[in-house]
Design a protein around this ligand. Sequence first.
Ligand SMILES: NC(=O)c1ccc[n+]([C@@H]2O[C@H](COP(=O)([O-])OP(=O)(O)OC[C@H]3O[C@@H](n4cnc5c(N)ncnc54)[C@H](OP(=O)(O)O)[C@@H]3O)[C@@H](O)[C@H]2O)c1
Length: 310
Amino acid sequence: MSQKTKRVLLIGGSGQVGQALRAEPLPENWVFAAPPRAECDLTDHAQVQASINNFKPDIIINTASMTNVDACEKDSDSAVAANFEGPANLAAQCCHRDIPLIHLSTDYVFDGADGSRPYTPDDPMNPLCHYANTKMMGEESIRHEMAWHVILRVASVYSTYGTNIFSKLLTAIETKDELRMVTDQVGSPTYAPDIAKALIRIVDAVMGGKFDAYGTFHFAGDTPMTRYQFAQDIMQAYAPHIQRLPKLFTAVSSDFPGFATRPAYSVLDSSKLERVYGIPASSWKKGLAEAIAMHVAARDARNADQAQSA
Ligand SMILES: NC(=O)c1ccc[n+]([C@@H]2O[C@H](COP(=O)([O-])OP(=O)(O)OC[C@H]3O[C@@H](n4cnc5c(N)ncnc54)[C@H](OP(=O)(O)O)[C@@H]3O)[C@@H](O)[C@H]2O)c1
């Protein structure tokens, strides 16, 4: 029996998670559109409205966001527009048309002050920086506007797509003699392709009429670690593929003045998502192995191309 067609609109398709979703084999019954930012800028309410009116989605996934935490601190108006006003307008439009909205948010909505246990979706938010504050306001506007939402908080997203903490670290490993990574920020790195797979399952459940599918959820890595441990594991996994490694030193956040304040501890408890959707936390071991293999394959292909054209 053929499944009912689902029209899925992705906003933010050129970002890391957006690219990971576009790289996944999508279900056959999906009619999928991911308009570029030039056609569907979240801060341009008329453009968003036109995208919805033209495509007529059954469901919308929003992965678009101003994610550069330090840039948000310096350009607070742009951060408010992209992370609060844009999602608020999107939610109003979805509400008006009864379209469910899946929206991504961040572990940084928590302050990390306690640090004794992973955060659950119901824990109180207390953002420490402007990026996190605008993401919290975005979440709250969606909750206020419409019941048919899934807010999915993710953390320290890494992959071979776009520029992110993983790609920046690999560039540093390849080019620098010394690295310093902080030991006073603990998070749960989340593999972008795992987020993409989770989004596909969430869309299917929501569209399938799952009664308890709406609300706020966490999806993050299964292994809490400091930034220093993150770098250590990546260096260990990359070691067989590189001739020399830089020396890795510990640091603390105050060694890097001028950066936005991050929570000291923002580990997310993903168990509600597993309970409701059957989606387990992202495996750090598996995600890291896959990301390193993809990076090495792309690097070797690039080098072979360069050797051929030299
Ligand atoms: N990356 C992380 O470590 C991390 C951690 C926790 C939570 N999250 C959340 O996860 C989600 C996805 O993050 P990501 O890693 O995929 O981020 P990303 O790679 O920075 O992608 C964000 C995308 O949003 C687009 N965008 C920015 N402002 C926009 C606007 N006004 N209208 C339309 N598109 C706009 C960006 O376009 P341009 O390419 O043109 O800038 C980019 O393609 C975000 O909600 C983020 O807050 C990310």
